[in-house]
Design a protein around this ligand. Structure first.
Ligand code: THU
Length: 162
């Protein structure tokens, strides 16, 4: 039997396309690129988590000379969330980047890596409500997905374990 998977998403790229709240969160993600420690890739990523209580938690990618020991901005922000706001739900995540080595390469919209999708999905399941995701490029364009679950079809989850 043939089946298919599709999901809706929004694109933005013009001033005024975003709500004031989303624009502020995206700005926080851009600011969070300054938290990055990315001497090896020069690819500085910022993530900003908007919580249900209105607080914003930021993270930047943290690289390591032993490359696999590094952590992405999204998971750095999630670690901060569980330390400072344990149990608080995430409403929306915004991500942004700056390519320090090739600043002219600013057209690609950042998309979270597979491990970060899995990590965000775990939080969404745990808090039992969807997480929105705003992805962007330095040129000010981007995509909005209303439910992180769409970013990882056929995801492995705790449902498989019991
Ligand atoms: N990176 C992130 O922090 N988030 C993403 O969504 C994609 C990749 C980081 C990991 C590494 O420090 C650098 O970007 C290059 O892969």
């Amino acid at each position: 039997m043939d089946t298919s998977f599709s999901f809706p998403y929004l694109t933005f790229g013009q001033p005024g396309d975003l709500s004031a709240g989303d624009a502020a969160l995206l700005e926080a993600a851009r600011e969070a690129t300054q938290l990055a420690y990315a001497p090896y890739s020069g690819f500085e990523v910022g993530a900003a988590l908007l919580l249900d209580n209105g607080a914003i938690v930021k993270g930047g990618n943290q690289e390591n000379a032993s490359y696999p020991a590094g952590i992405c901005a999204e998971r750095a922000a999630l670690a901060t969330l569980s330390s400072l706001y344990a149990g608080m739900a995430i409403h929306t995540v915004a991500i942004a980047y700056r390519n320090k080595r090739q600043p002219e390469r600013n057209e690609l919209i950042l998309s979270p890596c597979g491990i970060c999708r899995q990590s965000l999905l775990e939080v969404a399941k745990r808090q039992d409500h969807p997480i929105r995701l705003i992805m962007s490029n330095p040129a000010g364009e981007g995509l909005i997905v209303d439910n992180i679950i769409n970013m990882l079809p056929f995801a492995f989850s705790g449902d498989h374990l019991h």
